[in-house]
Design a protein around this ligand. Structure first.
Ligand SMILES: C[S@@+](CC[C@H](N)C(=O)[O-])C[C@H]1O[C@@H](n2cnc3c(N)ncnc32)[C@H](O)[C@@H]1O
Length: 221
């Protein structure tokens, strides 16, 4: 599906978020709380917008995505790898941080993906996930629902692939509850989980810190 929508992915993204996605991505990188020189994996990087944001901050981005089509349309300023999130071609503790934009609902096995991130992150490394969410306010929720479930598929049909942009709003159903996600994060070695709602709650950023480990023995958080 992502190979199919890759050529017009950036255009449809800008239209369906009214350009707000740039602000959300910038905040996701800020909340990673890493300085210049940090090595950061952009997991499921797509066309590499987060890689570009990381590079702009003087960080060393590495983009990984399963879709060759997305990588072929990606920004070329960072090394790009085609790989599955559950089997990353990176050594243990290789990265200081991981960002991921709008990808959580696409992973078939979230627990396995988080365990793999726990492996490639150094002790006290950081994660920052940007994902769609539902506003708490009933009024905003109603407006958002019309936009996401009716307008987004129309934009997708006009500029890209209708079936894919019908699937994208539906895929929100695959997101786990906050409690389930907390359990999976703890099992994968993450602590200090925080959530930040942006733009009235239509998107949310989740951050967490990899617990420390010494000589292969897990330390307390
Ligand atoms: C909605 S796009 C998000 C792209 C980009 N992160 C962004 O913020 O625009 C989801 C991406 O997840 C990738 N993806 C889905 N399953 C994956 C997996 N198992 N491993 C790596 N990438 C995956 C897709 O190929 C696609 O590029």
């Amino acid at each position: 599906m992502f190979d199919t929508i890759a050529p017009r992915y950036d255009l449809v993204n800008k239209l369906m978020t009214l350009g707000l996605d740039a602000r959300w991505r910038s905040r996701a990188v800020t909340l990673l709380s890493l300085g210049p020189g940090a090595v950061v994996l952009d997991l499921a990087c797509g066309t590499g917008d987060l890689c570009r944001e990381l590079a702009w901050r003087g960080q060393h981005a590495v983009g990984v995505d399963l879709s060759l089509g997305m990588l072929q349309h990606a920004w070329r300023g960072a090394p790009l790898l085609q790989a599955d999130a559950v089997s990353l071609p990176l050594r243990d503790g290789a990265v200081d941080g991981v960002v991921s934009g709008f990808a959580l609902r696409n992973f078939a096995d979230l627990g396995a993906m988080l365990a793999e991130l726990g492996r490639v992150l150094r002790s006290h490394g950081r994660i920052s996930f940007l994902e769609v969410s539902e506003p708490a306010s009933p009024l905003l929720r109603a407006g958002h629902s019309v936009w996401f479930r009716h307008v987004v598929p129309l934009i997708g049909a006009a500029f890209s692939d209708a079936a894919s942009y019908r699937y994208l709003p539906e895929s929100v159903a695959y997101l786990p509850s906050a409690e389930e996600m907390d359990g999976m994060l703890a099992a994968a070695g993450f602590a200090d989980v925080r959530r930040y709602d942006l733009s009235g709650g239509i998107v949310r950023i989740l951050t967490a810190t990899r617990r420390g480990r010494q000589d292969g023995v897990e330390e307390a958080a």
